[in-house]
Design a protein around this ligand. Structure first.
Ligand code: FDA
Length: 301
C-alpha cells in the first residue's frame, strides 16, 4: 500500500459517515432482507453461490444478540422459501460472545438452519475470539451438528497447529488471510509470509481431507490454489470472494467450472464492515479524495 493510502487508512474513521456509506455501497447488498434476497438471486442467476451475513458485531446487550439471531432465522426462511443457493455466515460477537451472554444462540441458529438443510459458517474475528470459536464449533460437531464450519486465518502463526487439532472432525474450512491487525508475536506481518502460510495451510487442509473454501482476491494466491486443485472433483473445494470485489474475475472462475461463493452482507449496521472493505481497496486514497472534494465542491463527485 502506498504511503498516501496508509495515511488515509488512519484517517478513515474521521471521514464523514455519509461519505463512507457512499463509497462502500458496492460491498453491501443493502439495508433490508429483501435487498439481500435480490442480490443472492442475481448471483445465483450468474452461476455463483452466496453466503449471507447480517451486519453487526460486538453486540453488548442480550436483546441485541437475540435480534441478530432472529434476523438470521428470517434469512434462513428466505433462503429456503426462495430456493436460493446460499448459506449464512455468522459472527459470534454479534450473537453475544464477548459479553458472555447465552451461548446457546449460536446453537439455536445452527439448529434452525439444519432443519432447512442450510449450512452455517462461523466467521473468524480477532485473536481474542479464536479459542472460543473453536470450542463452540467442537461442541456443535460433538452434538452431531454437521451443517457448520469455521474460518482459519493464514496470518496467524498458530493456524497449521489448528488444522492438526481439528483434522479429526474433517471440518469445512474457509481459508483467508485474516483481516484483523495482530501483534508479531502471534501473527505474520509481511505479505509474502502471509501468502506462504496460506499455501501451506491449504495443502494441510487437503491432506487432512477437509473441505476448503478458499477466500481470496489475491491473483498470486489464486494461481497457486488453481494449480493445487487441478484435477480434483469440482465439489471437493470452493472459491469465495466478497460482494463488490473482483467481480469479473469471479465470473471467469465460474465460467471455468469452479464453485464460487460470494459473501453478501446486508443490514443497518454497515459502518464497521465498510471501514474494513475500504481499508483494503487499493484505490482508497483516490476514492476518498474524489468523494470528499465532491461534497465540498457542488456539482462534483
Ligand atoms: P489482498 O488484500 O491482497 O487483495 C488482493 C487484491 O484484491 C487487491 O490487490 C485488489 O485488487 C483486490 N481487492 C481486495 N480487497 C478489495 C476491496 N475492498 N476493494 C477493491 N479491490 C479489492 N477475514 C477474517 O479475518 N475473518 C473472516 O471470517 C473472513 N471472511 C472472509 C470471507 C470471504 C468470502 C473473503 C473473500 C474474505 C474474508 N475475510 C475474512 C477477509 C480476508 O481475511 C482478507 O482480509 C481479504 O480477503 C483481503 O485479502 P485477499 O486475500 O483478498 O488479498
Amino acid at each position: 500500500m502506498r504511503v498516501v493510502d496508509r495515511a488515509i487508512v488512519r484517517l478513515l474513521p474521521a471521514v464523514p459517515r455519509q461519505v463512507v456509506q457512499r463509497l462502500s455501497a458496492p460491498y453491501i447488498a443493502g439495508a433490508t432482507l429483501d435487498d439481500a434476497r435480490r442480490t443472492v438471486a442475481g448471483l445465483n442467476a450468474e452461476g455463483k453461490l452466496a453466503t449471507v451475513d447480517v451486519l453487526g458485531e460486538e453486540v453488548t446487550r442480550a436483546a441485541e444478540a437475540e435480534a441478530v439471531a432472529s434476523a438470521y432465522h428470517a434469512v434462513l426462511d428466505a433462503i429456503a422459501g426462495d430456493h436460493l443457493d446460499a448459506n449464512v455466515s455468522v459472527k459470534l460477537t454479534a450473537l453475544g460472545l464477548q459479553v458472555d451472554l447465552d451461548r446457546s444462540l449460536l446453537a439455536t441458529v445452527v439448529a434452525y438452519a439444519a432443519a432447512r438443510g442450510i449450512f452455517v459458517r462461523i466467521d473468524m474475528e480477532d485473536s481474542s475470539c479464536t479459542d472460543d470459536t473453536f470450542l463452540l464449533y467442537r461442541e456443535l460437531r460433538e452434538a452431531r451438528r454437521d451443517n457448520v464450519g469455521i474460518v482459519l486465518q493464514s496470518r496467524l502463526r498458530r493456524t497449521l497447529d489448528d488444522v492438526a487439532a481439528l483434522a479429526e472432525l474433517r471440518p469445512s474450512v474457509r481459508l483467508c488471510k485474516g483481516i484483523y491487525v495482530e501483534p508479531p508475536a502471534i501473527a505474520y506481518q509481511g505479505r509474502d509470509e502471509i501468502r506462504e502460510s496460506f499455501v501451506r495451510v491449504l495443502h494441510a487442509l487437503l491432506e487432512a481431507e477437509c473441505y476448503p473454501a478458499v477466500a481470496t482476491h489475491d491473483e498470486w494466491l489464486l494461481e497457486r490454489v488453481l494449480e493445487r486443485v487441478e484435477g480434483m472433483p469440482r465439489d471437493a473445494y470452493e472459491l469465495q470472494m466478497l460482494l463488490g470485489v473482483r467481480e469479473r474475475r469471479a465470473s471467469e472462475l465460474v465460467a471455468a467450472g469452479h464453485r464460487l461463493r460470494v459473501y453478501v452482507p446486508y443490514g443497518e449496521r454497515w459502518y464497521e464492515y465498510s471501514l474494513r472493505r475500504l481499508q483494503e481497496n487499493p484505490s482508497l486514497a483516490t476514492m476518498v479524495a474524489t468523494a470528499t472534494v465532491g461534497r465540498l465542491v457542488p456539482g462534483r463527485g
